[in-house]
Structures are given as C-alpha cells and as structure tokens.
Design a protein around this ligand. Structure first.
Ligand SMILES: O=C(O)C1=C[C@@H](OP(=O)(O)O)[C@@H](O)[C@H](O)C1
Ligand SMILES: C=C(OP(=O)(O)O)C(=O)O
Length: 429
C-alpha cells in the first residue's frame, strides 16, 4: 500500500521560499563538465532522482565526481569525452534529461553501453533521435521495441561521409535536438543540424545553447530551422557553474501566491533566467495576478480574483500543468492548447489530468492536444499521481479549497523536488 498525504484547507501563501536547482540545467551541467578536460565545480545542483541517475551513469563511465554533504555542490573531473565502457548497464530511471543526451553523446564515443530505465521510460519515444543519428552512427540499436529504450550502444566507428548533416524531427520532444546539439562538438567536423517538423518546447533549445556557450561552445542558430558548428568547437570548463533555481518547480509557489493573494517571494529564479518556464509568470499575469520581477526572485500577489484564459502553452509544457489546477480558482473556462507531448512524458498527462480533475468535480474537455477546465463541483477526493511528480505538485494547490485535498503517493516528487511538501507547508497555512 503506498502512502497518501492529506492537506486540509489552507488560505494563505506568503513569505519567502527558495526553489532547488533546475533539473534541466543540473543534468546538462554534469554531462558537459564530464565532456571537458579538467575540473568544474557545479553549485546549487539539484539533489533528486533524475540527477542521481545522471551522476551514477557518469561515474560508471569513468568520470570522477565529488559531491558535498548536502549534494548541492559537485566537483566533476572531466574526461574530455573519453569515457570508459561501463561494466554494467546504465540505469536512467525515467529521466529524459539523462536518457536522451547520454544516448547521443555515447553514440559518438568509444564505449559499449546498455541504456535502461523504468518501465515508463520504455514507453517514451526516442526514435526521432536515433533516426537522426543512424546515417552517421549505426552503432545504436534497440533492445526491445523499435523507437523506444532500452538501447545498446557500441563503440563509434567514425563516418565515411564528408559532410555531416543531421535531420532531426523536433515535433514530439525538443530533448532530441538538445541531445544532438550537446553531442555535435564531439565530432570535430563541420556539422549542420536541420530541424524537420514544427519544433516543440523551443525555450529548452535556448537553454541548451546558453549552457553550451558557458562551456565554450557557440552554435549558430538559423531561426530554429537549422544549427551549425564549424568543427573547431571544443568544450572548455567554465571552472565554476551555478545552476539557477528550477523555474518549473517555482510555478507551484507562484500559482499559490496568485490564488491566495500572496504576496509570495520565490527565490532562485529571477528576471534574467535562461529557463523558458519563467514565462509561466506571464500566464498568471494574464489570469489577473500581479507579478514583479527582480534579479534574484519573483513576487506574485493578487486581489484573489483570477479569470480563465485560452492560451497556447507549447513553450512551457511542464509549468502548464500548474495552470490546469490553478484554473479551478479562476472564473470561467481555461483552455491550455498545443500540448500534445504531455502524452509522452512521465505518464499520459492529458489523460491523467483530465481524469483527476473530473474526479474532483471539474468540467473537463480532453482533446488530442488540449485540455479545457471549468470549475464546478468540489469533492473531497484522493488524487492519484501516476508516478508523476508534477501531478502531485500541481494538485497540492487544491489545498486552498474548502474541501482540502489528499494526494496519493506524494513521494513521487523525488524525481525533481524531494522536499516539495515541506517547502509548500513552510509558506502556506
Ligand atoms: O530539455 C529539457 O530539459 C526538457 C525539455 C522538455 O521536454 P520536451 O522537449 O520533451 O517537451 C521538458 O518537458 C522536460 O521536463 C525537460
Ligand atoms: C517531462 C519531464 O521530465 P523528463 O526530463 O523526464 O522529460 C518533467 O520533468 O516534467
């Protein structure tokens, strides 16, 4: 029997809270530091399941890492991409930010490796990435269903083609393109990457380009249609790299401020954040909240009167889930559009959110790539979380309803935010 957590009615969210380091930046920083020669000290690293999977995999590949006691600082002794073949499989849990970049980087390395994960990882597609690699690196094979992990990777044999031009489908996940961008400097040749289809979750590509620049690699972005490397790019350690607080994790507190009136000050993120999910604050503003941007924090307050919105949220796929529950505090209907890839994340998030919101009593329309939510009944229910950290975190907002809320299996937050409920309770009452 898994646990559950009951949050009885709260009315206040105010004060200061700091969010832990960004998952997306933590896993990229660890990998890029491993690809550098010399050491890099990473600070404000996230300590969570997804990061532990990347760290363990890098250790198995022969990269020495030294974590401090609370696991938020890590010295990475880079190997310049010369990984050792791991003796065992690399188990990557359900961490997309470990599986996709490692698959691409190892495809161009001299290793024998098997990339495995949790059962859900085997339902999350990776075919678009492998299809892009295959013309140059046919050393990657599927061990079970074609198009999905687990993967077997053999040592890279080089390519006879004199022009390296990848074609990558970006219509399901931006992580495939990010993975290729991080692997491309290892080829030491001019590289062009063409994007096929409508690129989703675009701000994550800016995040990748920004961290690549911090690690000495500048890639030309031709309006997200193609990307070019000259062949002279080399990873160079920035010596120290500070991970920003996680903007997706911030969304729950920002929303809580908007729902209750706040003011809540969320530290760790700020007006110059490189993370696309910082734009979540603009959605709250469109719903009627007041947002103030500072260098090291954001403040949200409101008069408690939010209104429903109709918005394309393809650019903030993770934080958009927080809008689906915030919608229950807004007048009228909220429509979150262009979010097909919710279906291929930790769970089918469109189905999960629709099911749980309906169970609570809301009126919900679930489309192929959208969800429409209108507040209606408010039932005292226990929310199922489907092994999805974000389902647990976004439903915690229903503790601001008189009905309160019970969350089944609250420990699922360990993927990206292990002490979420403690921090939530510290600023809510
Ligand atoms: O590159 C990244 O760090 C991420 C990209 C997004 O995935 P998609 O590009 O698959 O939408 C996001 O949902 C995920 O949590 C992290
Ligand atoms: C989609 C997510 O994770 P992943 O990095 O595994 O894709 C997420 O954190 O919401």
């Amino acid at each position: 029997m898994s646990e559950s957590l009951t949050l009885s009615q709260k009315t206040i969210c105010s004060g200061k809270v700091t969010v832990p380091g960004s998952k997306s930046l933590s896993n990229r920083a660890l990998l890029l530091a491993a690809l550098c020669e010399g050491t890099t000290k990473i600070t404000n690293l996230l300590d969570s399941d997804d990061i532990r999977h990347m760290l363990t995999a890098l250790e198995q590949l022969g990269v020495k890492t030294e974590l401090n006691e609370d696991k938020t600082e890590c010295i990475v002794h880079g190997v310049g991409g010369s990984f050792k073949s791991p003796n065992q499989e690399l188990f990557l849990g359900n961490a997309g930010t470990a599986m996709r970049p490692l698959a691409a980087v190892l495809a161009f390395s001299q290793v024998n490796a098997t990339l495995t994960g949790e059962p859900r990882m085997y339902e999350r597609p990776i075919g678009h990435l492998i299809d892009a690699l295959i013309p140059f690196a046919d050393n990657v094979t599927y061990l079970a269903e074609e198009g999905y992990p687990p993967l077997k990777i053999r040592p890279y044999a080089g390519t006879k083609q004199d022009r390296i031009e990848f074609n990558i489908d970006g219509s399901v996940s931006s992580q495939f393109l990010s993975a290729l961008l991080m692997a491309a400097p290892l080829l030491n040749s001019p590289v062009k990457i063409n994007v096929i289809g409508e690129l989703v979750s675009k701000p994550y590509i800016n995040l990748t380009l920004s961290i690549l620049a911090s690690f000495g690699v500048q890639i030309t972005n031709n309006d997200f249609q193609s990307f070019e490397l000259t062949g002279t790019e080399q990873y160079k350690s920035p010596k120290t790299f500070m991970v920003e607080g996680d903007a997706s994790s911030a969304s729950y507190f920002l929303a809580a401020g908007a729902i209750t009136g706040g003011p809540i000050e969320v530290f760790g993120i700020g007006k110059n954040s490189v993370q696309g999910d910082i734009q979540f604050a603009e959605v709250l503003a469109a719903m009627g909240a007041e947002v103030e941007y500072f260098d090291d924090h954001l403040t949200v307050s409101s008069n408690g009167q939010l209104k429903g919105i109709d918005m394309d949220m393809n650019h903030i796929p993770d934080a958009a889930m927080t809008i689906a529950t915030t919608a229950l505090f807004a007048e009228g209907t909220t429509k979150i559009r262009n979010i097909y890839n919710w279906r291929v994340k930790e769970t089918d998030r469109l189905a999960a959110m629709a099911t749980e919101l309906k169970k609570y009593g809301a009126k919900v329309v679930e489309g192929h790539d959208f969800i429409e939510v209108t507040p209606d009944k408010e039932r005292q229910v226990a929310i199922d979380t489907y092994d999805d950290h974000r389902v647990a975190m976004c439903f915690s907002l229903l503790s601001f309803k008189p009905s309160g809320i019970t969350i089944n299996d609250p420990k699922v937050t360990s993927k990206t935010f292990p002490d979420y409920f403690e921090r939530f309770n510290s600023v809510t009452n």
